[in-house]
Each structure stands twice: as C-alpha cells, then as structure tokens.
Design a protein around this ligand. Sequence first.
Ligand code: 7RM
Length: 636
Amino acid sequence: MNYYKIKNLEQYIKAYKKSVNDPEEFWGDIADKNFIWYQKWDKVLHNDMLNGDIKWFVNGKLNMTRNCLDRHLNKRGDKTAIIFEPNDPNEEAQHITYKELHKNVCKMANVLRDNGIKKGDRVCIYLPMIPELPIALLACARVGAIHSVVFAGFSANSLSSRIQDSDCKMLITSDGGYRGNKTIDLKGIADDALKSCPSIETVLVAKRIDSEIHMEEGRDKWLQPLMDDAAEDNVSEIMDAEDPLFILYTSGSTGKPKGMVHTTAGYMVFTAYTFTNVFNYKEDDIYWCTADIGWITGHSYIVYGPLLNGATTVLFEGIPSYPDFGRFWDVIDKHKVTQLYTAPTAIRALAKENLSYVESHDLSSLRVLGSVGEPINEEAWHWYNNNIGKQKCPVVDTWWQTENGGIMISPLPFITPTKPTYATLPLPGIQPVLMNSKRNEIENHHEEGSLCIKFPWPGMARTIWGNHERYMETYFSAFRGKYFSGDGALKDEVGYYRIIGRIDDVIIVSGHNLGTAPIENAINEHPAVAESAIVGYPHDIKGNGLYGYITLKETGEVRDRDNLRREINEHIANHIGPIAKLDKIQFVDALPKTRSGKIMRRILRKIAAGDFDSFGDISTLLNPESVDEIKNGRIA
Ligand code: 7RM
C-alpha cells in the first residue's frame, strides 16, 4: 500500500508529467501496486471522449470490499475502521474494528442474498448516518448489487422518483433518525414513497429511534434479527472493472435528477489515490469528513477512499449546532481528529458564533483542513486557517463534482502551496483546460472561461442511468471531445485555478448571454452586500429581465433601500456593463439553500416569474422557511 503517495514537490511534478505523457502506464502502475484483483486488465484505458465511451482497466476482475476490508484483516484487523459519533454526545461512541466491519458486511451481504438480491440488482438505501449505512453500501458492493443512496433529508417524492428511475428491488431504511433535538420519521416517509414504487419487493428496517412504525406484512423486515441469524462467511462476487458500483442522483439545472453511474475499478483507484494524497494520510490518523453519505463527498471520502487505505474514518450522526455550536470542536478534541473535511457553508455558520466555542477545545491533533462544495470566500478561508488550523494546518480547497467521483483540483498539504479562494493545481491524472465562448483554449492569465477536462480519469461517471443521450448532451456536447464541468474558472499567473461558480445558469438578455455568477460576484463586492442570487424572468422587451435577490451584511446601519439599489446597479454597470443591470432587486433575509450550501435557483426563478404553484421538492432545503418570506416580498 501507499506506493502512490506523493512525498514532495519534485514527485508531484514528476507524477503529473508522467500522468499526461503516459496515462495508461501511470494509472496502470497505481492500480497494479495498490489493490488486489481476481484478474488483471487487458488494457488500462479505452478512450473515446467523442462518444462518451470510457472504460478503465478493461476486463479486470475484482471486488471492492476485498480491497476495503478483507485485505486489511491480517495487518489491521483490530484497528478501528469506523468511529461512530452519535447525535447525542452523551451516547457512547462506537469503535468498529476492521474485523467487526468485515463480519457485519459479510452478514448483511448474506441477508441481501437470502432476500433475493443478485449481481446487478439495484438497492435503494435511505438511512441516517448510523453504522448500518456504510455497512449497507459495502454489503451491496460485496454481492455486486448497485447501491443508490438517497439522502435521508429528501422527501417521499424525491425518494420515490429515484427508486422508480432505477427500478430498485429493495429499500434499506430505518424506523427514524436523530437530527439535533428532533427526530425524523424515515419509515413514514418511505411508506409514502413506496405507494408508487411497485419494483420494491423487500424493505429492510434498521432500528434507531425505537418509534412505533407500520410494518407492511410480506414486505417489511427488521434488519437486526436477520443479521443475528446470518452466517459470517461470505464469498464476494467477482465483478468486472466496469460493472456499476453505484448510482447517485444529482440535480440538474432543469428537469429530473440525473442518476450518475460510477463503475467499480476506476472509482476504487481514483478515490483511494486522491484520499491518501489530498489529506496527507498517515496510518495512525483519525480522519473526519462531516458530509452525509447521501452525497458524493460521503461516498468517496467517508466510506470508500478511507477504507481502501485502511484508515480510521469518523461517522458523525449529528449537526454542527447541537447541543451547541461547539460540537465540531468537541468531536475533534474527543477523538483527536487529524483531518477535518467540511463545507464553506458550515465554516461560515460556525464563524458567526462566539470564538469561545472554539477556544474551549483542544484542536492540536489537527494536521490538515479541507473544504468542498462551493467556492470558499476569503473571509471564511482565513477564519478556518487562523482559528481552527492555528495557521499550522494547510487548508485544501478541493474542487470536484458528483460526476467526477473524486477530487480533481486541490493543493497537496505540505507539498504544493495554498492560496485563499484558489483550488490551485490539478491532481496527477487530471488535465483541466479553460475554454472561451469561441470554443478556443484560453491562454491568458486571469481570463475567465468554462472549466473542461480534456482527458479521461478513472473516477469519472460513465453514463446517466438509463439515459446516455442526456449524459452526452450535458457533459460532452458543449466542447467537442472534452468533458464540460458547468463551472467557470480562471488561472492566475502561476497556473493556479480559481473556481468562480456555475456558468450553466446563463440568461439571455436582449440577445446577450449573461452568466449569473459574474454578476453576483460584482454585486457581492458592494460593501453592504452579504450574498446575492440572480435569476432571469420573462420580460416583454428584453426577452429576459434580471431579478436579484440580495442579503445584506448585519452592520446595524440603516440604509435607504432605493439608494442601495442605485449603487448596486451602478457597480454592475461599471464592472460588467449596463446590460447586466438588474431590473428588480429584492432584499431578503436569507436565500434558499440546500444542505450543502447551494442556492436553489429553481425556486427563485419561479418566484421571480410570479409562479407560486409548483416549487417542486423543497424538502432538501436547509431553510425552507426562507421561501415564504421571499414569496411575500416579491417585486411585481
Ligand atoms: C463535491 C461536490 C459540484 C459543484 C461544482 C462546483 C461546486 C464543489 C468546490 C466548488 C468551488 C470548490 N459535488 N464546488 N467544490 N466550487 N470550489 N472547492 O460538491 O456534485 O454536489 O457539486 O459544487 O460548482 O460543480 S456536487
């Protein structure tokens, strides 16, 4: 293990060059030296970006769980694989060793087989952050079933449409879940969803909150008794390198969610490689990623990446604000966490609170800090660096997407420099390129363009479940032969990447293409502005008008709203051009955001258009109450 660890700048440069000059040898070598295979591949890469037909480790045979578990048993059998930190700090944490995890995964794999699950079947997993969740993922991988995890904050509607889209045969859920001082009725929501999911034959129910729930005769089974009775021996299924490992749904800018399909070998190699390098992983580390396994970050950097490396990974059931805003710092102190990987939205929320929440805990175990999910603003970066890392822990601003499988652009701690608001350099194997609107590669420094990747990498999603055309259309049609990320970025004078934000949110105003991100960035430069979101709305003359939702900084100073509107528009006119001036500006208390901190533009677009009927699913919002406030204050 760890033949693939980059130890210094020279090695990074060497690895990067090799990965570009001879990608097959580069990845083939990593795959060969760090994993166990039933059978090696015939060819490292089948590369047809024009048709979106990518295969890695062609004809290789393996099982993911043998790489995550079995092979660690000799050396690390008694090492903790998972530290489960419950929602309630007074409930004892669980330390699950590699041996125990292996045993439980084998048992659950047998339960799945006994309940009719075979290689290739889809299993939906709708669980809170409890040990059964990673065990369920791994049990699926062991028997060759394709898992589709649906975040336990999603509504019945979202759950059922995801189950339907991939024809899941089984659902694994729980009686409920804890979230701060609330409980969530997961089984009730699942029952609702299943009214329109005829493909589901069996529901396995884990017990977490001991609530009274309905058990459907002939369909629903308690998981624990089945686990108790299950055999401990399980022979893992032999999987092809390109057999799907999982489907994970990600929202598109329009239409229904896309079921991104990740396959076995490439995803394994890529998550393991990026984990060890981006987090400067060492054998005795206690690594904590605060994401939910319901998102890609949790799949890749709570479960697969860490376990492939034989690491100890923290599974946190709770939220940052419970029982108080010191919970993260308490968990770090308690378990002596060495790496913290979290999102800017959490950092900003915690930075607002009194510093005494931080200062009352010993954070000296920390070595590396990570950020993911959205651009991290300079203020939040410095707060994180100064108060959490005490300027001793490199802050890795990691750029990547559900579609990518793993981290694409990021500093490497202690090896390459960090720079606030920059994700900096591509990892070896990743070939980013910035494209301008004429579809040419941008050579100039500080010129914004579309962030594309011009060569395949092992972790890339291979298709959208049941809809390869949409995959082609979304990712491979804007720039011929290149993967288009949908993000805008620029490069500084030394080649560091700065991610600006989504650019697929383009609005055509009087025939001009306007990206919302650059306008928002301009608005945010106004000293009174905290955050902004721009959407288009139907306009008689211009085709589309621009509607801005703006939150203001809490300075206590009362400002004349009309004056502010004038100043903001003047600023936009100066920075982008008069064409980008906003037609309507609504000051709001908060923007509707998903739990990973992304603004839900879909809702803002509807409100701007005066269409209050169908907001679609707002159950994934962090702050659903913001919607009514915005609706009531709409500018007609
Ligand atoms: C991992 C994840 C993907 C989108 C992506 C970006 C944004 C993520 C960063 C970032 C700036 C970052 N997957 N994004 N990380 N923007 N800097 N470090 O979040 O599929 O849920 O989202 O998130 O816009 O396209 S995701």
